[in-house]
Design a protein around this ligand. Structure first.
Ligand code: TXA
Ligand code: MG
Length: 355
């Protein structure tokens, strides 16, 4: 495709599949599922209205929720999207040096001459962009020589996909191709930051912790402001995506916070007469098994493990047809902030043990 940063792919089958996916993105208005280090994405050309419409259509996404643009390199970003004389604001320099490629998304202004489809930005004056770290994602973007708009590749409202089989379960028959790159390493979506406002804002917690943004971002980022967690339907919100029901399995999710060893799960089952229901527990460090709980999964004890396992385990126990999924809440420091942000949205009920 005449890209200047063409990847080297030694495996013939991988190369053939990547070229087929790249051709779909470059030559058609169709979309493909592909792995990134955070979650699987549903990619289409960010330069084409029809391609972006295909994305919204395939996952049934509300059109006022803007998409992240994925590029394979800074040079592709400059060559394909930014005006020739434009310099990326200095406030981003230390963050990009430290975290790109990787799970960090930044906002940049939309220019009058911008080649981006207006549907990508959903009428925001800014667009969101990141360079994914996953080799398959970067090869795909480089080979198609096209900036790729990609939301998470789940059906709207479902948990984000961290395996190719999750994408297949949600979107089979709706998209022509899914590239399988195995399990996503990070497991939660990228962190979205806005350095165009002062003080800068964290719009969505994600794979890069706010502690690391403060630590590595330079002086301005030490005062980064966290966007509020929820917003009412009618409110104008900084991150439109934050107002929708999200990450939800079919079963009811009950999230326990400040609940010690989790004796309150049994108490909850009895109080709500759920003894004859099929209950699952996703536990971490402190919660214990109970004869009243039929399915149990261990999310792990580190923030990185819990992030990696969270969506896959929600889907796995949901597939088993449980009625209720109890989840042990964790501390909101480091990776915990993104985990608890996703869990609060998945939860139909939050039980605060007050401990
Ligand atoms: O890790 C990720 O970010 C994954 C992978 C596929 O890269 N993508 C992802 O996309 O999570 P999505 O569409 O599920 O979430 C995009 C988020 C939404 O919360 C959206 O509102 C916000 O980014 N966003 C996009 N453009 C924005 C803009 N111009 N201003 C404010 N928020 C924006
Ligand atoms: Mg999403």
């Amino acid at each position: 495709f005449g890209s200047s940063d063409e990847p080297i792919i030694s495996d013939a089958v991988t190369r053939k599949n990547l070229l087929a996916a790249a051709a779909i993105l470059h030559d058609t208005t169709d979309v493909v599922g592909f792995p990134t280090e955070t979650v699987y994405g549903l990619g289409g050309s960010a330069l084409s209205d029809e391609s972006v419409r295909s994305i919204y259509r395939a996952k049934n996404r509300p059109a006022d929720n803007p998409l992240i643009v994925h590029v394979s390199s800074l040079s592709q970003l400059k060559r394909k999207i930014l005006p020739e004389d434009y310099e990326i604001p200095e406030i981003y320099t230390p963050l990009l040096a430290k975290f790109w490629p990787g799970p960090l998304t930044i906002l940049l202004p939309v220019f009058p001459s911008s080649p981006l489809s207006l549907l990508v930005t959903a009428n925001q004056p800014t667009f969101a962009v990141r360079i994914p770290a996953h080799p398959v994602a970067r090869a795909l973007i480089a080979l198609s020589d096209t900036p790729i708009a990609a939301p998470s590749a789940n059906a709207s409202t479902r948990p984000s996909p961290t395996l190719a089989s999750h994408v297949y379960a949600d979107l089979q028959g709706r998209i022509p191709m899914i590239l399988d790159g195995g399990a996503c390493d990070v497991g939660v979506e990228s962190t979205v930051v806005d350095g165009l406002v002062s003080p800068p804002m964290l719009l969505r917690p994600g794979g890069i912790s706010v502690e690391d943004i403060r630590k590595f971002g330079g002086l301005a980022w030490e005062n980064v402001v966290l966007a509020k967690k929820t917003a009412g339907k009618m409110e104008a919100v900084r991150t439109p995506g934050m107002k929708y029901r999200h990450y939800s399995p079919k079963a009811k999710v009950v999230l326990f916070v400040n609940s010690g060893t989790g004796a309150r799960v049994e108490e909850y089952i009895i109080k709500n007469g759920l003894q004859n229901k099929k209950c699952a527990l996703l536990k971490s460090r402190f919660f214990e098994s109970s004869p009243l709980i039929q399915v149990e999964r261990d999310m792990g004890t580190t923030g990185a493990d819990i992030s990696r396992n969270l969506f896959a385990m929600l889907r796995e126990v949901d597939e088993m047809g449980v009625d209720v999924i109890f989840v042990e809440g964790i501390d909101e420091s480091n990776e915990g902030l993104a985990v608890m942000n996703r869990l609060s949205k998945a939860a139909g009920e939050i039980v605060d043990g007050g401990l």
